[in-house]
Structures are given as structure tokens and as C-alpha cells.
Design a protein around this ligand. Structure first.
Ligand SMILES: N[C@@H](CCC(=O)N[C@@H](CS)C(=O)NCC(=O)O)C(=O)O
Length: 213
């Protein structure tokens, strides 16, 4: 079987795709792109594959390049012929799945794009600092909108989905884990459950090794 190539960085957004490849048992090679914020060369290299120089960038077995985690989520479900992570078209949970997956990638994910290195978008250190503070606050507001939508034990209720994978990764990012525990306990509960799934354990360990490991 031909293989996928995942260009990514452990701990970063490529984990969203890595977890899904692992879940479906699709064979892949991982290419560490380097630190896109610290190494100009790393951005230059990745831009040849993804002009936006973002991860994940997934090369499909036929050579086609895919970026955008939500698009990849749908494609991998098709490729695997599985509804494990993406509710099928007439499933009652599908509209909620679509809504909140797109909410996360369209509204929350860009808060990282703009605030990770705000100097890219706002001139002057002082303005960049204020921008960062405001975008970080906006991000918290957005997560607070997601929280009441979560059911149990998974985000969609009885049904596990790719949304739980997003939560498991993203509750490790900004603001920080204690903030999520205090403000979005339902999201954290689904994230923790996902963290404990034996099938995905190696992915979480690779991307978020326990401290001191
Ligand atoms: N909309 C994209 C967002 C990807 C993204 O923002 N990736 C981050 C890492 S978590 C990145 O590569 N950032 C580098 C940059 O934006 O310059 C997706 O869903 O795949």
C-alpha cells in the first residue's frame, strides 16, 4: 500500500492529521518541518509544498497535496471508507459536527495564526503586544461559546468523532490547560477521554511527551 507523507511538527496542528492517520491505520511517514517561527529556512522549504507555510501539509499517495485540517479530516474518512471520525451524511449528529468543526477551524484556529507572532501583522512592539492580548481574549470568548455545546461522554454525545481529537490537541494549546479546566470542563472531559484511547496513545505521547521524558 502506498504511503502518505505528513509534513508537520510534533505538538503543532499536524497532530490533528497524525491522529486520524493513526486511527484509520493509514501508513505514513512524518517529516519534521522545523520551527516555522524561528527558522526562515523552514518556512521557505515548507512554502514549496504549502504556500501558506503552515502545517499540516499532507502528501497523498498519488502525490496530491492537501492542507487544511478540516478538509483533510473529510478526505481521510473517504479514503479509509470509514465513518468512525466523521458522522455519515444522514446521521443526526452530522449538522452539529459540521458546525463545530468549521467553527473551530474558521474562528478559533486563526487566533493562533494572528497572535502566535503578532509582529507579522501589527507594526511596533507596543501595538503587537496589545493585539496579542486582545486576540487571546477573543480566543477565550470563542471557547466559551463551544463549551455549552459539548455533550457527554464525547462532544457529540454517545458518538466519538474527529472533534474530540481537535479538543484533545487544542486544550493543550493557549490559553493553557488550567484555563480550560476552569472554564470549559466539558471540553476537557471529552479531551481526556480521547487522550486515554489506546489506539491514539502513541500519537499523544509522541506529540506531548510527559515532562522529563
Ligand atoms: N487552517 C489551518 C491552520 C493551520 C495552522 O495554523 N497551523 C499552524 C501550526 S498549529 C502553523 O503552521 N502556523 C505557522 C504560521 O501560521 O505561520 C488548518 O486547519 O490546517
Amino acid at each position: 500500500m502506498s504511503r502518505y507523507t505528513l509534513h508537520g511538527r510534533y505538538g503543532w496542528g499536524s497532530v490533528l492529521t497524525e491522529a486520524q492517520l493513526e486511527w484509520y491505520g493509514l501508513p505514513f511517514d512524518f517529516v519534521d518541518v522545523g520551527d516555522l517561527f524561528e527558522e526562515a529556512e523552514a518556512r521557505k522549504r515548507l512554502a514549496k509544498i504549502n504556500p501558506l507555510a503552515q502545517v499540516p501539509a499532507l502528501i497523498l499517495p498519488d502525490g496530491e497535496v492537501m492542507t487544511e485540517t478540516a478538509a483533510i479530516t473529510f478526505h481521510l474518512a473517504d479514503a479509509a471508507g470509514s465513518h468512525d471520525l466523521v458522522p455519515e451524511p444522514h446521521d443526526a449528529t452530522r449538522p452539529r459536527f459540521l458546525r463545530w468543526l468549521i467553527f473551530i477551524v474558521a474562528n478559533i484556529y486563526p487566533t493562533f495564526t494572528y497572535a502566535d507572532v503578532p509582529q507579522r501583522f501589527v507594526p511596533g512592539a507596543k501595538a503587537a503586544q496589545g493585539f496579542r492580548t486582545n486576540v487571546d481574549e477573543h480566543q477565550k470568548t470563542l471557547w466559551r461559546m463551544v463549551e455549552p455545546e459539548a455533550r457527554a461522554p464525547w462532544f457529540l454525545g454517545e458518538r466519538f468523532s474527529a472533534l474530540d481529537i481537535y479538543l484533545c490537541a487544542m486544550t493543550r494549546w493557549r490559553p493553557n490547560r488550567p484555563w480550560f479546566e476552569k472554564n470549559t470542563p466539558k471540553l476537557v472531559a471529552a479531551a481526556d477521554r480521547c487522550n486515554d484511547l489506546p489506539k491514539l496513545k502513541p500519537v499523544w505521547q509522541r506529540n506531548y511527551p510527559p515532562e522529563g521524558a
